[in-house]
Design a protein around this ligand. Structure first.
Ligand code: TTP
Length: 545
């Protein structure tokens, strides 16, 4: 295990409830749950203390806690005026909109960005942050901690049964990580009112396990000394990645085994026989609490999607839902364009057959105008191409992908990128290596800016369709075979890849003169590089409505 890294996992507590408390000005101590149709999707901690759980139906919840405040999620659809924001709890005519929770989530990210440029959004309410560089910096500046002196960790819990060793340099790094983590959480609380729980450890696996150990609004350190006892009680299905099909396969292969420690005891050759060499190796690592996965900065979404599941439906109902999805997607594209100055090139439709449960996909160029009527018209044309296979239909997803910057913004991005290349070149080698090209990331551009670098060209050339903005599992950019008028030509694909790379560079904050800052560092930093303003606006502008 690389015990030099310090990785935080931060998870907002009862997230949707917190957003509603703030929006509606409801005291935090009032039991509250967020409802979607007849079910509860978020329950705050006072309501949990009164016996309300996420799996209660509304009547059970009200019986358990008569004072419970119920707030329905925002909906979009067949309401008077058909506007996002109208609340109509009718599953048959409208769909849930997550717009207000997404905005709140980015408010929080905006604060986190001041502390590290290595932030990976794992979901709408959880992130990983790699604070290794910041911890290095703090320890270097703070002098000698060989006896752990001066570092307070009383604000943090330590995983049960373990203790921190103040003379271990690795534990000292975690203590400093905990200090940073507390600062981040305090800044978030002060600036957004939101509370979160956090885990501090040497990798993503352990920090995620740690953040769930003492909820709500607390943080927990998992030092390596805690790992053996943790693995002996941890059900392996709770490990990220082992809950789904792989977990089911493990149950089939090794019935009776429950904990990560149990799996450690399986001979490697048995694992290899059942799962293959690569998965076996990865699994053995996980069961020892080891995980070398990097925190992958991903602040710009690769695609925007609007989805709806419904009872088996024929064409008439599909049209109705597509119009609603087109409305939601239209809002999201316009918002994204305003925030980031980028334009989607692809409209992607997925439809699931209620007979075969198979998902079919179709995609084509995004219309130049993003009004819901135009999106709907194009979506219908996409649907017609696959309707033979997916009617009756029970799920639709309409997405925008293949983002590029507009010509005028591209100029800004190019300028920014040249500056980034130069700044990169000027950095000490160690630091450059830390944000370099490992793991298939796009290469740094060579210094000098003006001409395209060979490395960049090579990256553009080999970039997979997924890198052009299609999420994993979505269909490839080439489109349905034989549909020439819808296919995306190679030059477009290359352009999409190139611009995605530039946008990625910006979203990682490269070229801003060093990404890691102290609290309040944003104000002290250099003026943002040209082209970054759209992004900064996005992260600073909008309060949750
Ligand atoms: P979670 O992080 O699973 O839960 P939570 O934040 O409500 O509570 P906790 O403090 O235990 O972490 O989910 C984050 C948000 O995602 C949640 O507030 C509501 C939403 N959500 C759904 O919409 N559907 C679901 O099935 C789940 C589990 C969550």
């Amino acid at each position: 295990m690389d015990r030099w890294r310090v990785i935080l996992h931060l998870d907002l507590d009862a997230f949707y409830c917190q957003v509603e408390h703030k929006r509606l000005g409801i005291d935090r101590n009032v039991p509250l749950a967020v409802q979607q149709w007849a079910g509860l999707i978020a329950v705050n901690y006072p309501a949990r203390a009164n016996g309300v759980g996420r799996f209660c139906d509304i009547n059970e919840a009200k019986t358990a806690c008569p004072d419970l405040r119920l707030v329905h999620v925002e909906t979009i659809g067949n309401t008077k005026g058909g506007k996002v924001g109208a609340v109509e709890a009718n599953k048959g005519t409208s769909k849930a909109s997550l717009a207000r929770y997404r905005r709140a989530s980015f408010e929080v990210i905006n604060v986190m960005k001041r502390f590290s440029d290595k932030i990976e959004r794992a979901s709408i309410d959880e992130v990983y942050i790699d604070v290794t560089a910041l911890v290095d910096d703090r320890l270097r500046r703070s002098g000698d901690f060989s006896d752990g002196g001066g570092l307070e960790w009383s604000e943090s819990h330590v995983a049960e049964g373990a203790a921190l060793n103040p003379s271990s340099e690795h534990d000292i790094r975690l203590i400093m990580g905990a200090k940073v983590c507390k600062e981040i959480r305090d800044a978030i609380k002060a600036e957004t009112e939101y509370e979160m729980s956090a885990g501090i450890s040497h990798n993503k696996l352990l920090s995620k396990l740690a953040s769930a150990m003492n909820k709500p609004n607390k943080q927990t350190i998992v030092p390596t000394s805690a790992v053996p006892s943790l693995m002996s009680t941890l059900e392996y299905k709770q490990i990220n990645g082992l809950g789904g099909k792989l977990g089911d396969r493990l149950v089939q292969l090794f019935p009776g085994l429950k904990t990560a420690l149990d799996l450690q005891g399986v001979p490697r050759e048995d694992l290899v026989r059942g799962l293959g060499e690569k998965t076996a190796g990865w699994l053995q690592q996980l069961c020892r609490g080891d995980c070398d996965s990097d925190v992958k900065p991903n602040l710009l979404p690769k695609s925007l999607n609007a989805c709806k599941s419904f009872p088996a439906s024929e064409l008439g109902a599909v049209k109705k839902w597509l119009l609603i999805l087109a409305e939601e997607l239209s809002d999201r594209i316009l918002e994204d364009h305003e925030d980031f100055g980028r334009t989607p090139r692809l409209l992607v439709l997925h439809a699931r057959s209620s007979k075969t449960y198979e998902q079919h996909s179709s995609q084509g160029p995004m219309p130049a105008k993003w009004a819901k009527e135009r999106l709907f018209e194009h979506a219908m044309r996409l649907f017609e191409k696959i309707q033979g296979e997916c009617l009756p239909c029970s799920r639709l997803a309409l997405g925008a992908a293949g983002f590029v910057a507009e010509e005028r913004n591209m100029k800004k991005l190019e300028t920014f990128f040249s500056a980034a290349g130069e700044a990169e070149e000027a950095r000490p080698v160690g630091r450059r290596a830390a944000i370099g090209t490992a793991g298939g990331e796009a290469p740094s551009r060579e210094a000098g800016g003006g001409k395209r670098s060979r490395a960049l060209d090579a990256w553009v050339e080999r970039a997979a369709p997924a890198e052009a903005g299609l999420a994993e599992g979505e269909s490839t950019i080439e489109g349905a075979p034989g549909e020439a008028e819808w296919s995306v030509d190679r030059a477009t694909l290359q352009e999409i890849n190139r611009q995605r790379y530039l946008l990625d560079m910006i979203s990682r904050g490269k070229g801003t003169g060093g990404g890691v800052g102290a609290p309040g560092g944003a104000a002290k930093r250099k003026k943002p590089a040209v082209g970054q303003s759209s992004l900064s606006n996005f992260f600073t502008r909008r309060p949750a409505s």
